[in-house]
Design a protein around this ligand. Structure first.
Ligand SMILES: [Zn+2]
Length: 454
């Protein structure tokens, strides 16, 4: 392979457009136009296959991959705190309130320094692309300039991104050193950032999009929450926030508003088709029904939940109620930037929920039956599921979708994945990739058909 900017790609492709099923095409041909839009995907048994292959060879537009290469959709990470990148892997041994007040808020406050922001965000975005995250949904900080730097960094590096200036104006819950000056500052700052992103030079096709971002109900006043709901409606943009994450947070909202997060957010105009609810562990049945009715999505963050959420998200129950769900790393509440890890932790969390964890209890009282997911469902959630939450045409290889993808090399010298050709089916290979691949196996990441070397 020389020119990796894909035109016609011949590869073994693996994707999961529908929950629970995977589609694998050995030696498939994907034709991609100059804008990165997939024109066709054809398998070797298609009547046009030989002619398409020959045409691509003749006009030198064919990119051929090797036998140990597999092309998967790029990952959609629905929940990342960009400013927390330097804290990845740290401060996981303290409770949430200590984590926030002693570690996280002081770190986020440092982004008043634009040079710091430029250095950290540059490192973050290139690292996430190397991990195969082609679409990233980011909380930034309260700062206008630093949040613009994040947007510009994503655009320059070619990462599809949804980014929010964090709104947090409640003096009862936010420290003096890290808070919007007042409610108007939270609302004006949100409007100004939205306008900036939509008019950023080079962002005509909206690779980077603004997101209305109340950190969570505790950190915002009622006036700010209602104002943010109006701004989102006015600009028709995405909304992200934390929802019923932990015992403390869920209980705080019940005490303050008399409602669950879901119902309170709905009353503030913050629950709709473009809303991404992070965590959502403590959703009640009526919450789930309302989320399904409104078409909002959930960012399931299984690793972070183990550290800070007091419970495991009832994923299968949510899927059975037709909630739209994708996965999030929740950097740095979750100490891994890898969406392969997110998929694996989603599987193990679901197994823990099903089997239970207390060996002192009898087996039939230990867990919640039928809670597990498998690698097919996890792979879907990390790709097409997240894309569906955002209503973006990515996450699968279908005509009309953008070609956002990763090239997985099972023979990467530092991270070989053993494939036994006589005994491993392609389904087995995908299962091995989902369960064991790392950043070292990602040889190339494409966004909009453009190759970004990992
Ligand atoms: Zn979070």
């Amino acid at each position: 392979m020389t020119d990796l900017n894909a035109k016609t790609l011949k590869a073994t492709i693996m994707h999961a457009p529908d929950l629970g099923q995977v589609e694998i095409i050995a030696n498939g041909l994907i034709a991609i136009d100059p804008q990165g839009v997939i024109q066709s995907v054809i398998a070797p048994d298609h009547p046009d296959y030989q002619e398409s292959l020959q045409t691509a060879r003749d006009n030198k537009s064919l990119v051929e991959t090797e036998a140990h290469h597999y092309v998967l959709p790029g990952f959609v990470d629905l929940h990342i705190h960009a400013p927390q990148w330097p804290q990845l892997g740290k401060a996981l041994d303290v409770p949430l309130e200590v984590w926030l007040q002693t570690h996280t808020f002081p770190l986020e406050a440092r982004y008043a320094d634009t040079e710091f922001a430029r250095r950290i965000y540059g490192n973050l975005v290139s690292s996430l692309l190397a991990h195969g995250t082609t679409t990233a949904v980011y909380f930034a900080t309260i700062h206008q300039e630093a949040t613009r730097i994040l947007a510009e960094t994503c655009l320059q590096n070619g990462q599809r991104a949804l980014i929010g200036k964090v709104a947090m104006d409640n003096p009862d819950q936010c420290p003096d050193f890290y808070r919007d000056a007042d409610t108007e500052a939270a609302l004006d700052g949100t409007r100004t950032f939205i306008d900036h992103v939509l008019s950023m030079p080079g962002n005509g096709d909206r690779l980077v999009r603004p997101v209305v971002t109340p950190r969570f109900i505790p950190s915002c006043t009622d006036v700010a929450l209602a104002g943010l709901g109006e701004i989102a409606a006015e600009h028709q943009c995405h909304i992200q926030t934390h929802c019923s994450e932990s015992d403390w947070q869920h209980g705080y909202v019940l005490d303050r508003t008399g409602r669950t997060d879901t119902f309170a957010l709905n009353d503030f105009g913050l629950l709709g088709r473009q809303t991404v609810l992070a965590h959502a562990n403590f959703l009640t049945d009526p919450d789930m029904d309302l989320i399904a009715e409104k078409g909002a999505g959930v960012a399931h963050c299984p690793l972070s939940n183990f550290y800070f959420s007091n419970a495991v998200f009832p994923l299968r129950r949510a899927l059975e109620k037709s909630l739209r769900v994708g996965l999030g790393t929740d950097i740095s509440g979750g100490p891994s930037a890898s969406m392969f890890d997110s998929a694996r932790y989603a599987i193990s969390a679901s197994r823990g929920l099903e089997e239970g964890v207390d060996p002192a209890k009898p087996a039939d009282e230990r867990g919640i039956a039928q809670s597990r997911i498998d690698f097919r469902q996890a792979f879907h959630l990390a790709t097409a599921g997240g894309a569906d939450v955002l209503d973006l045409p990515v996450g699968q290889f279908s005509k009309g979708y953008q070609f956002d993808a990763i090239l997985v090399d099972t023979e990467a010298p530092t991270a070989p994945i053993l494939v036994e050709e006589d005994s491993d089916s392609l389904d087995d290979v995908l299962q091995k990739i989902v369960n064991s691949a790392t950043r070292a196996n990602i040889a190339t990441t494409w966004v909009n058909g453009k190759a970004i070397r990992a």
